[in-house]
Unconditional design. Structure first.
Length: 342
């Protein structure tokens, strides 16, 4: 049996994950996040007049209660699982992106006629398209995230991510394959619409500034604080910054089990859409007491609990349809009710 193709796929996926600048888990972005975390912790220690020791910094950045938790072990499993699944998911989304983008351009030409290619410098067109696609990505991210909390059927798949009891950069991979597929295609729709409008505006195909096919603005955010959103580092943006950007504390609040934090801060990098649609919660400068995950679930952090049970529960949401026909009261399966009971 020839295992060459398998090994080539394996090492190719790992290489793209760790060494591509456009990867959301590249070694450069992880290194940048670590440097920022160290600088933030050292700054806190110095302001309080405390001594700096390498062991203290190490324990603060990598606490044993997080590293040794079953939740973190499950996140490691999700990393390996999604490294292989995501390629197929992304392939489906690319087809949607190309089809919708071309359809948008054709539709605009039909409605308003062809346009003369812009006489502006090419870099202006590329810069505008880059910003448009980034804002469209953020809007698609917000909309998908909002739907996943508001629609009970979708919540069954998204709650896998919220089952994490500790947060680390690996938690970003803690997603159900069904959720990943929906997410990828919603992003494909939002960015394809923006790309179609952008190309029509400039009268020619205008490519964005990108690293490894990833929007350069998103790459910059990933190389600053996005990894720290899934961490125990309480870095809170306040004032105007807190209304524009999703700080690490913003997203940690989103994972909170406190009812006052439910359905808040759906954005990825930007808080603009949360601010616009009334779902923004600006965290306090001082760390707020937070708990993560769901209590009392014996299948938490297992293959059955995280991959199989969501499908079974999602199918159960069809039950109220025939229960109403028979006159039986339908159970309250809303995400908010479930999180209150957890």
């Amino acid at each position: 049996m020839d295992f060459g193709a398998g090994f080539e796929f394996l090492f190719g996926q790992i290489g793209r994950l760790l060494f591509s600048l456009g990867s959301h888990f590249s070694l450069t972005s992880l290194g940048a996040a670590l440097a920022i975390a160290v600088a933030f912790f050292v700054g806190q220690r110095l302001r309080r007049g405390r001594r700096l020791r390498a062991r203290t910094i190490w324990r603060a950045l990598f606490p044993k209660r997080i590293i040794a938790s079953k939740s973190n072990e499950a996140d490691i499993g999700y990393l390996f699982f999604n490294v292989f699944v995501f390629g197929l998911v992304f392939g489906w989304a690319v087809l949607s992106y190309q089809f919708i983008s071309n359809g948008m351009i054709s539709g605009l030409v039909t409605l308003f006629g062809p346009v003369t290619p812009s006489e502006l410098s090419p870099w202006i067109g590329r810069a505008v398209i880059t910003v448009m696609l980034f804002l469209a990505y953020e809007l698609g991210y917000w909309f998908n995230h909002w739907l996943s909390h508001k629609v009970p059927l979708l919540w069954e798949f998204h709650k896998v991510h919220h089952s994490a009891e500790v947060l680390t950069p690996l938690t970003n991979f803690r997603v159900h394959p069904v959720y990943a597929w929906i997410f990828a295609n919603i992003l494909a729709v939002s960015t394809a619409i923006a790309n179609g409008f952008g190309n029509y505006m400039f009268g020619d195909t205008t490519y964005q500034y990108a690293f490894s096919d990833t929007n350069i603005i998103l790459v910059l955010f990933v190389h600053t604080y996005v990894h720290l959103q899934h961490s125990h580092m309480w870095i809170a943006f306040r004032g105007v910054l807190g209304r524009i950007f999703i700080s690490p504390a913003h997203h940690q609040v989103h994972h909170s089990g406190n009812p006052k934090h439910f359905d808040k801060n759906f954005g990825s990098c930007l808080a603009l859409w949360d601010w616009m649609f009334g779902t923004l919660y600006i965290p306090d400068k001082k760390r707020e007491p937070l708990t993560f995950g769901f209590t009392g679930d014996p299948d938490a952090h297992t293959v059955k609990g995280e991959l199989v049970n969501p499908v079974i529960r999602a199918a159960g949401h069809l039950r109220p349809l025939w229960q109403r026909r028979e006159g039986s009261p339908a159970p309250d399966l809303s995400p908010l009710t479930e999180r209150k009971q957890a």
